[in-house]
Ligand binder design. Structure first.
Ligand code: BDR
Ligand code: CA
Length: 316
């Protein structure tokens, strides 16, 4: 089994990701850390334990992390996720209390424990990267326990929060820039599962109609039905769940290595990920006009059918 940690701002689509990570037999979900983003931190924590409980995984430690981005206010998205972040479904909320540790401490403990036994854990941030930036700044030695970072965020093409920027990176651009730089310095491989592929893993209403008979299946169906209503489409993308699929079955994702930067200024482009698609075949880190950028595996295409089936089979 592959050890993984999810960092989330649950959210309808992080709920899809959590169900998958909690239930897939190839993954060993060691911890889930929470950050303010799609909704406020209090709601994120309640939603996260609620989804894990539905998945039958009350054993997974969940920790509260940063409520706010490093430099700016949090700007939630009730128009996308409902006021409670779980689509305002009448799904009973769990009263389970989170771990007593701060998210950064839970991340550090989990990663250093893994490293001590010669293991490495895949880190899957599906939210603004505030917790991960704080971790790598505070405890860079925790990187010894990270096998890779596969994050949902950014885009080579258009944005969603703004015309330029994807929500997770736009919410905390400084955190994303810190994580990118630290990954470069510490030699952590990163994969960007961005908007270029995010919308291409779709399950239809017909497909989810069969999801019944367990809390996980019921919740999965209701999440997709709600997203489908909100977007006025037949079915919906599994969203951040696709990044978890990429860790389970990397063969479903096509990636290309590009230097990556985050726009920290700009009137209309703050939070944009700048994917440097110039011809870097000679030397990917040799930009003569800027500091050496971190080179990242950028997802350019996804086998949407494969990942949709993977998700449906697992949450069922
Ligand atoms: C993102 O949309 C948000 O709803 C989710 O948090 C996901 O991470 C894609 O921008
Ligand atoms: Ca998210």
């Amino acid at each position: 089994m592959k050890p993984v940690i999810l960092d989330v701002d649950t959210g309808l689509d992080d709920a899809c990701a959590l169900l998958l990570a909690a239930r897939h037999p190839a993954l060993d979900l060691r911890a889930v850390t929470c950050v303010g983003g799609n909704v406020g931190l209090d709601e994120v924590v309640v939603n996260t334990v609620t989804v894990l409980d539905a998945a039958g995984r009350a054993d997974v430690p969940v920790a509260r992390g940063a409520a706010l981005p490093l430099l700016q206010p949090v700007r939630p998205a009730p128009h996308v996720h409902g006021v409670d972040g779980l689509g305002d479904l009448d799904w009973p909320k769990s009263a389970r209390r989170p771990d007593e540790r701060h998210a950064v401490e839970l991340l550090r403990d989990t990663l250093t424990t893994a490293a001590r036994t010669g293991e490495k854990v895949a880190l899957i941030p599906l939210a603004p990267m505030t917790n991960i930036a704080l971790l790598l700044r505070t405890y860079p030695e925790a990187a010894a326990g990270i096998s890779e970072i596969v994050f949902m965020g950014g885009a080579a093409g258009i944005g969603n929060a703004t015309a330029s920027a994807e929500f997770n990176i736009w919410t905390d651009p400084e955190a994303a820039a810190i994580v990118l730089a630290a990954a470069g310095d510490l030699g952590i491989g990163m994969t960007m599962y961005g908007l270029d592929v995010f919308y291409d893993v779709v399950v239809t209403l017909d497909e989810v109609r069969e999801l019944a008979g367990s809390p996980s299946a019921e919740l999965a169906r209701r999440l997709i039905e709600r997203r489908s209503e909100l977007y006025r489409r037949d079915g919906a993308t599994i969203g951040d769940g696709g990044a978890v699929c990429a860790v389970i079955d990397p063969a479903g994702l096509t990636t290309k290595r590009y230097p990556l930067r985050v726009e920290l200024a700009g009137s209309w482009s703050r939070g944009r990920t700048i994917v440097d698609t110039r011809d870097w075949s000679a030397d990917l880190s040799s930009d003569p006009y800027g500091a050496a950028p971190t080179v990242v595996d950028v997802a350019t295409a996804v086998d949407g059918r494969k990942y949709a089936d993977l998700w449906l089979e697992t949450v069922r």
